[in-house]
Design a protein around this ligand. Structure first.
Ligand code: OSB
Ligand code: MG
Length: 365
């Protein structure tokens, strides 16, 4: 398909409630929307980099820079075969996985529209609904956290992840566990610990958690392997896994027992597929992480999570957990069995609400 025109939108969307992690608190979510025109069709992709480099080094600013200065000039007017061909053409740019993933997603959307098939089918998905949970940010106190979790349980979420950081870990997790002894519960530290300070997390091993996500630095597979040896609870890597190679090495090293796959972080849906296949071969469970996506990225996450190896619930919550107004006409809602239905329409299966898009656009190319 010939990439005839490519537009970028830098968005800033107000969150319904502020989201706080070990790396900061936000009340608006930035991202880039990539719009690709080919043969009378338009495909959309979401680059989930945020405004600040707290989760990883990429930001909306770096992704804009990398796309406009290095990737789009090489690809505009070029006939691209598909995601693999696109990846090869983008390979001269080192890193910047989220920038690449945004463009790749738009290509998948176009492919689906050209072939008249939903993304789920293109990727090899086997489920029409996927199990989901909710990711709960740091709260003012353990009591407040229990209240917020209770609210989500009332909405029907059957798996909860809470954010932790040094000083806000064991007591918070214990409060939720005591209030909800049977809850499928997991924690996420977003790289806030060192091998030494993570000693403080040992009591979590007695709290029947599904997993402990990314306790140590993103570039520290080795110390994760040393830490995993001290825990019966599976460690799960998020930030550390930015490519299929890192996934393989993490598994070989015993740095984790579960992997969180985010299409953005690993450089695109095609890379997510490779990691999925690798983990499946090793009998390692994977689940789909989230980056507070708009309806565009959420649609892609749902399609990916419909693959057979995604055996743990994803961080893919209903639209009303994030946004009052989204940039897609479609909103996602929670089914009574804590699942969300995977879109059926061609490509991503969502349509962009251009009035809303304009409203949240900071800059456009
Ligand atoms: O670490 O999983 C994370 C959101 C932004 C950046 C990193 C993370 C998250 C979440 C939210 O946990 C998941 C969601 O989209 O609901
Ligand atoms: Mg995480």
């Amino acid at each position: 398909m010939k990439l005839e025109k490519i537009h970028l939108y830098q968005l800033s969307m107000p969150l319904l409630t502020p989201f706080e992690t070990s790396f900061g608190r936000i009340d608006r979510r930035e991202c880039l929307l990539v719009e690709v025109h080919s043969a009378g069709l338009v495909g959309y992709g979401e680059c989930p980099a945020d405004r600040d480099p707290g989760y990883c080094y990429e930001t909306t600013g770096t992704a804009w820079h990398i796309l406009t200065e290095f990737i789009l000039p090489e690809l505009l007017g070029v006939d691209v075969e598909g995601p693999e061909d696109l990846q090869q053409r983008m390979a001269p740019v080192r890193g910047h996985q989220m920038a690449k993933a945004g463009l790749e997603m738009a290509l998948w959307d176009l492919l689906g529209k050209m072939q008249g098939r939903p993304l789920r089918a293109l990727l090899g998905g086997v489920r029409k609904q996927v199990e989901v949970g909710v990711s709960v940010g740091l709260q003012a106190s353990p009591e407040q956290l229990v209240k917020v979790v209770e609210g989500y349980l009332a909405q029907g979420y059957q798996r909860v992840k809470i954010k932790i950081k040094p000083g806000r870990d064991v007591a918070d997790t214990r409060a939720v566990r005591q209030a909800f002894p049977e809850l499928r519960l997991q924690v996420d530290a977003n790289s806030a610990y060192t091998l030494a300070s993570a000693e403080a997390l040992l009591p979590l091993d007695e709290m029947n958690l599904l997993l402990i996500e990314q306790p140590l630095a993103e570039d520290d597979l080795w110390d994760h392997s040393r830490l995993q040896a001290k825990f019966a609870t599976p460690l799960c890597l998020d930030e550390s896994i930015t490519s299929p190679r890192h996934a393989r090495q993490a598994l070989e090293m015993g740095a984790c027992k579960v992997i969180n796959i985010k299409p953005g972080r690993v450089g695109g849906l095609s890379r997510g597929l490779v990691i999925h296949d690798l983990c499946r071969k090793h009998n390692v469970p994977v689940w789909c992480g989230g980056m507070l996506e708009t309806g565009v990225g959420r649609a892609a996450n749902l399609a990916l999570a419909s693959l057979p190896g995604f055996t743990l619930p994803g961080d893919i919550s209903a639209t009303d957990r994030y946004y009052n107004e989204d940039i897609t006409h479609e909103r996602f809602s929670l089914n009574s069995d804590s699942t969300i239905s995977v879109p059926n329409g061609v490509g991503l299966g969502v349509t962009v609400n251009h009035t809303a898009l304009e409203k949240y656009t900071l800059r456009k190319l």
